[in-house]
Design a protein around this ligand. Structure first.
Ligand SMILES: [Zn+2]
Ligand SMILES: [Zn+2]
Length: 260
């Protein structure tokens, strides 16, 4: 009776050799059409599923094929003067804006479903962001763009931002147009803030210990580079202190959808 050989069959050895050859040629691969490194290399595709662990536990999160689906009622996980005064989460305004004025709206649960590409891709025609949610913060609060209405700057609306930089709109949907101070205050000023509908992540106003300004960013308010979660580099947005704050002239990537 023949005993099995201790050494691997020839076919397996050949397969391993082929795999090794593939991996070594892949790592050393150069684009033969490369024009000399003037342009950035093509951004490697990155699966953003690994970011989901940073989102609040009470959100309803799933992966549906090529999309991440996040469902949230948008109610903040922090106190606000925009809760009804009888609500235990009500707290008076204690921020630094002497012109603060409470708007007439109060926080209500507004269910929103975000369908976000799992592997974000740059868009060839950069789509303008809509009014309403353009992304979702890690605490489930919607992120809005830099406008109070169609092409209206936030100039006056800023005075109604509470001490965490959010406020509710007419339907009670609380949201951030600028830096969410509860997130950067607890997670750090370089922390992951959330993701926009195109799947590209949003980080706080610091990177590698340095304040990021609009001058560091492109027209969409992001740039390509390594982050804590993507050491090989990914396009990402940053919150900055100046208009347009979170996103600029539209989505860098192909945007997913949001619905109620
Ligand atoms: Zn607003
Ligand atoms: Zn950056």
């Amino acid at each position: 009776m023949n005993m099995p050989s201790a050494s691997p069959p020839l076919a397996t050895t050949a397969l391993v050799a082929v795999l090794l050859a593939c991996s070594s040629s892949a790592t050393g691969l150069e684009d033969p059409d490369d024009d000399g490194g003037i342009t950035l290399p093509d951004a490697p595709a990155q699966d953003i599923s690994s970011l989901l662990q940073y989102f609040a536990d009470d959100l309803d999160i799933s992966v549906d094929g090529d999309f991440i689906v996040i469902r949230s009622d948008g109610v903040p996980d922090h106190d606000s003067p925009y809760f009804d005064s009888g609500d235990p989460r009500y707290t008076p305004y204690d921020g630094s804006n002497p012109n603060f004025r409470l708007n007439p709206n109060r926080i209500a649960a507004v269910q929103t479903t975000y369908r976000i590409p799992r592997v974000p891709q740059e868009s060839t025609n950069k789509e303008a962001t809509p009014l309403g949610p353009i992304g979702v913060a890690v605490n489930g609060v919607p992120i809005y763009n830099q406008y109070a209405g169609p092409n209206q700057p936030l100039t006056f609306e800023i005075d109604s931002f509470d001490q965490f930089n959010g406020h509710p709109q007419q339907a009670g949907q609380y949201h951030y147009h600028i830096e969410p101070l509860s997130i950067t205050g607890t997670m750090g000023n370089d922390a992951l803030i959330g993701v926009l509908l195109d799947g590209f992540p949003v980080y706080g106003p610091y990177e590698d210990g340095r304040l990021v300004t609009n001058a560091d960013l492109d027209a969409y308010h992001g740039h390509f580079g390594p982050t804590e979660h993507f050491p090989d580099g990914i396009y990402h947005y940053h919150v900055t202190a100046e208009d347009p704050y979170i996103n600029g002239n539209g989505f860098f990537g192909v945007a997913g959808t949001r619905s109620n």
